[in-house]
Design a protein around this ligand. Structure first.
Ligand SMILES: [Zn+2]
Length: 455
């Protein structure tokens, strides 16, 4: 009987996903999963447990979608059948939609690996439904404060998930050594921790040491961390007078950050070192790549397949999405907190052919509080002498912020309607130029809906 209910849920989900796609009424990532879970509450558990090899989970504040995309790209290159919530819907309903949609109508999930990007707040619930073999944590930044409270409470949620999951099977825990909040996780299972981190970071043709708004991170002894090297935000080679310090990473790397790409040298001090280039901007994406490489090495995937997999990957769901509109190059990068936004602004500032559209919403999923705009380093644009178009529900707030950052009032255009703002931005962009679009989460969803009419 139970199997019939699974099959019924799968059929309904698949139908809904197609219907929503066909009617162009949204990405259809959450509702089908919600209904499937109403019909069979344990459908996600039932399907994910059929994974033949490892169940891989990616969590953290920033970079989840890019990191899991990198990992899926590498696994597929290794000829593993991979199930992945590639649209970035990372709460339980979105996860369910993705997994159910990949199953067949006999109630089977044919997969060597599952790569599941999971929202930090939902991780404890998720591990009640299935047991991950590896949990990878990217970083922890202040994000959507009014949704999840403070950073420490997010760290506690992840720790809780690791502990609960370990009652069934202790997962391998892949952690960012350079993030003091992340590297402290998994403290009950020190043997299972695998660290990655950068030894050296070099910015090429970019002003160095623009750290932006520094996030404060405190040691468990309550003192503020000191840094031998500070890369961005609270990420770097930290230490505390109590003796607590950055752990030595198992997978270490040096990186050269260019305007639109990065070159990573993995294990530089070791004769098995290798070099990887990624065609994505920013140090944050280099971290995403390094974490994915670490995951792949732990799975025993060959360096050749890792390199090829990373190369083939092109970002999904607007996180640094590159596309062509009206013969013009467009780069869309989600912004949702001060650190991420500052990193993107640094890239835009260094690209003299860049044209800028910023879209700010304050819907529930964006976090209702837009005061973070004041913590992002828009001052990086002070000498930017071109028009900036601002759009979205909080376009005027954004305009005020830009004026305050030193951008001339006559260079700022406010167009609240996103569709009209996009049209105007494309008109303003010459064919040799590149349009950077920086939307918040719901602005990105709205933008993607509009983009469909361009194809
Ligand atoms: Zn301390």
């Amino acid at each position: 009987m139970k199997k019939i209910s699974y099959i019924f849920s799968i059929l309904i989900t698949k139908m809904l996903v197609r219907l929503i796609k066909f009617s162009k009424s949204g990405a259809g990532t959450n509702l089908p999963g919600k209904i499937a879970r109403k019909i069979s509450p344990d459908i996600l558990s039932y399907l994910v447990k059929q994974t033949k090899k490892e169940i891989l989970v990616v969590t953290g504040t920033n970079g989840k979608t890019t990191t899991s995309g990198f990992i899926a790209g590498i696994l597929e290159n290794d000829r593993r059948k991979t199930v992945h919530n590639r649209h970035g819907a990372n709460m339980l309903t979105g996860l369910t939609t993705a997994v159910v949609n990949e199953s067949n109508i006999l109630g089977e999930l044919i997969a060597d690996n599952c790569v599941l990007e999971i929202d930090e707040a939902y991780l404890p619930k998720a591990v009640e439904e299935f047991t991950p073999d590896i949990i990878l944590v990217t970083n922890l930044f202040r994000d959507q404060l009014d949704r999840y409270g403070e950073l420490n409470s997010t760290a506690k949620k992840i720790e809780l998930a690791i502990n609960n999951s370990s009652q069934k099977k202790i997962p391998k825990i892949i952690l960012n050594a350079d993030d003091p909040l992340v590297s402290a996780l998994g403290e009950n299972y020190p043997e299972n921790r695998v660290y990655y981190g950068f030894n050296e970071v070099n910015f090429i043709n970019q002003e160095e040491n623009i750290v932006g708004s520094q996030e404060t991170a405190n040691c468990k002894c309550k003192s503020k961390f000191n840094y031998e090297k500070l890369f961005y935000g609270h990420i770097g080679h930290f230490y505390c007078s109590c003796g607590n310090k950055r752990p030595e990473p198992k997978i270490s790397a040096n990186v050269e950050i260019n305007v639109n790409s990065s070159k990573l040298v993995i294990n530089p001090d070791n004769n098995q070192g290798f070099e990887i280039n990624i065609n994505m901007p920013g140090l944050y994406n280099a971290y995403n790549a390094l974490s994915a490489i670490t995951m792949a090495l732990e799975l025993g995937i060959s360096i050749n397949n890792i390199t090829e997999g990373l190369k083939n990957y092109s970002t999904v769901f607007g996180r640094a999405e590159k596309l062509k509109l009206n013969h013009k190059e467009v780069l869309i990068q989600l912004i949702k907190n001060p650190i991420g936004a500052t990193e993107v602004l640094r890239t835009v500032k260094d690209d003299i052919n860049g044209v800028l559209l910023i879209i700010i919403n304050d819907n529930y999923a964006d976090g209702r509080d837009v005061s973070w705009l004041w913590d992002a380093n828009f001052e990086l644009l002070a000498s930017y002498n071109k028009t900036v178009i601002v759009s979205g529900i909080r376009a005027s707030d954004m305009a005020v912020r830009l004026k305050h950052a030193g951008i001339k009032a006559e260079n700022i255009i406010i167009i609240e309607d996103i569709s009209k703002a996009l049209q105007k931005s494309l008109l303003n962009t010459k064919e040799s130029e590149k349009l950077y679009i920086l939307p918040t989460y719901t602005a990105l969803l709205a933008l993607q809906k509009i983009l469909r009419s361009y194809y």
